[in-house]
Each structure stands twice: as C-alpha cells, then as structure tokens.
Design a protein around this ligand. Structure first.
Ligand code: F6P
Length: 343
C-alpha cells in the first residue's frame, strides 16, 4: 500500500517516534511505500510531500518536534480544501493516511473519513484532552518538564519567602496543571474545569504564610477561569479552529494575590518549553506502540478509527468517539488528590 503520514496542530514530544514506528513496520513487514505530507493538512491541501523510509527515520526516536513539520491548517476553512486533499491523494496514488494529531487534526480526519478518505488517527497532545484514550503521547513529557521546573521554583521561593505563580499550558483542560501541581507539591492549582475565587486563593496563601510555612507555588493553567465578576481577562486572536491564543493569566493572578496578601510574587510562564525537546522513556514507548498499531489498523482496514491506550492495551476506537468531546479533569480526581494539599 502507499500510505501517507502527517502531523498536525501543536508539535509534541514523541511525534518522530510515531513516524519511525509506522515507517519501520510499514516498510519492513507490510512492504508499504510511505510518504509524508509536510506541515499537517496544509501539505495535504497543497500537495507538498517528503520521502519517508527507514533511512530517513534513523536517529529520530529521541528527537522532539516533527520531521514532517506541522501547522494548524483546517481544510474545511477553504472552499476547495477537501477537494484539493482528495485530488492530491489521487495524484500521489495514496491509499491511506495516518494522521497524528489532537482534537483539531483528528476532527478533520473524522470528517474526511465520512467523505470516503481512508484515514487512521494517532492521539497526540501534551494537553491530554482527547477522549477515548487513557492518555495521549506527549503529556507525560510535558508534566515531567513542569514538575522539574516547579521543583526549582520551590527553592528560590523559600529563599526569598515569595509566592511563585507558574503558568502551564492547557486551554480547555487542566491535565498538565493538575498532574504537575500534584507532582510538584503546589499550594494552589487553578484549572479551566474549576472556576477559582481569587479571594479564597489569597486567603489560603495568607494563612499558609502566617503559619510560618513560607513560600507558595501556585500552578495556573493558561485557560484557568476566574469566578464571574472577579477578574477581567482580555481575549486574543484565534486560529483556524477557533481557538484563542492564550498566555499571560499568571501575571494577573500574581498581581491580584500581591494586592490581597501583600506578599512578594513572581511569575514563571513555562510556555513552549513544555512542548520542546526529547520525549520521556514512557512517551517513546507509548508513541512506538501507537505507531505500530496505526499501521496495523491501516492493514486491517480500520479506517475512521484512532489507536488508543486502554489500561495496558492498545486498542482502536472510532474517531467520532475520540473527538466528540474534550476529556477534562474530573472533579473527583481534583477534589480527592489535588485539593487536600491546598493552602
Ligand atoms: O496544542 C496544544 C497547545 O500546546 C496548547 O496547550 C496551547 O494552548 C497551544 O498549543 C499553543 O499553541 P501555539 O503553539 O500555536 O502557540
């Protein structure tokens, strides 16, 4: 078979490990001819490709980013987008696509599948907000990067008796903030799923410092939501999938805490450091398992499906189910494991 790969949306540690696994098994076991579309759906629209074979994939297992490039292009945002994708698949003689991406990239894959395109999805995102899989690859690495940063913030926070507000990614779901906050021993974790009351947050921090346990780490997800009528947030530009560019809420949270407590505050916005660099061993293995399963799914004719982790097993689930709704942090998990350590 002739199989095309593409990586879409924000890059993510483990993308190259998936590509390598698809190519290795596709070429060596199935005798496939593999090809890459460059820069996500943009390459599929414009017909820009790059050769992919075992030789091209040497040494990429530990490398962050994606050798195929990526973009946030949505074929459904231009009138001739889908038609062009189909035309390019035909002109390149491509039988199937392995689309590696998050809710946006796989949302497109799902729609295209409904229009007869043979596509299999692989769940990627540091945000871990895709449904139908226990975890997405890249999440584990992002959490480790954040937890390492929080560990470092603790010592400087204690030395200066400060409140450190650390902003992490997560616009609709606070998985990174929750896991990194728990792993890093944060005094407060603010996530999109649970509106926060800045007065209550400040009060708890004040009590903590008054008890002589100086220094607090506040982990805030970029999409955290203040209780209505408390803090005004400005809105930024949006991408082709309608997502707003976020970043900067930590500055506001730090100012508000300072105003209410009088404590010295500092801000660290981890930003794209969370997405860069080498994947953890866990993500390398998960990505490899996903890649192997994806090329198997192509040969099993499981089009319109996504590979997923369920317990210890890699399974296939429908793309429809995967993109139906964002997987958010459950109130039970937050209440039972994160909140007991607040204040
Ligand atoms: O795709 C995941 C993500 O890392 C989000 O957590 C974040 O809001 C967004 O991407 C940032 O996107 P960009 O790389 O376009 O700034």
């Amino acid at each position: 078979m002739r199989v095309a790969l593409l990586t879409g949306g924000g890059d993510c540690p483990g993308l190259n490990a998936v590509i390598r696994a698809v190519v290795r098994k596709g070429e060596r076991e199935y005798g496939d001819d593999l090809i890459g579309f460059t820069n996500g759906w943009k390459g599929a629209i414009e017909g820009t490709t790059t050769p992919l074979d075992v030789e091209h994939c040497r040494g990429i297992l530990p490398r962050g980013g994606t050798i195929l490039g990526t973009s946030r292009t949505n074929p459904y945002k231009r009138e001739d987008g889908v038609e062009l994708v189909k035309k390019n698949l035909e002109s390149h003689g491509i039988d199937a696509i392995v689309a590696i991406g998050g809710e946006d990239t796989l949302g497109v894959a799902n729609k295209l599948s409904g229009e007869g395109v043979q596509v299999v999805g692989v769940p990627k995102t540091i945000d871990n907000d895709l449904s139908a899989t226990d975890v997405t690859f890249g999440f584990h690495t992002a959490v480790q990067i954040c937890a390492d940063a929080i560990d470092r913030l603790h010592t400087t926070a204690e030395s200066h008796d400060r409140v450190m507000v650390c902003e992490v990614m997560g616009r609709g779901a606070g998985w990174i903030a929750t896991y990194a906050g728990i792993a890093g021993g944060a005094a407060e974790i603010l996530i999109p799923e649970q509106e926060f009351d800045i007065d209550e947050v400040s009060e708890r921090i004040k009590r903590r410092h008054d008890q002589g346990r100086y220094a607090s780490i506040v982990v805030v997800a970029e999409g955290a939501k203040p209780k209505e009528g408390t803090i005004e947030l400005s809105s930024g530009e949006t991408d082709q999938f309608g997502h707003e560019r976020l970043g900067g809420i930590a500055n506001i949270v730090a100012e508000e805490i300072k105003e209410r407590t009088g404590f010295d505050t500092r801000v660290t916005i981890l930003g794209h450091v969370q997405r860069g660099g080498t994947p953890t061993a866990f993500d390398r293995v998960l990505s490899t398992r996903f890649g192997i399963a994806a090329i198997d799914a192509v040969h099993d004719g499981k089009f319109g499906h996504m590979v997923a982790l369920r317990g210890d097993d890699i399974v296939t689930v429908s793309l429809e189910e995967a993109v139906a709704e964002l997987k958010t942090v459950s109130p039970e998990l937050f209440k039972s494991v994160a909140e007991p350590f607040f204040g």
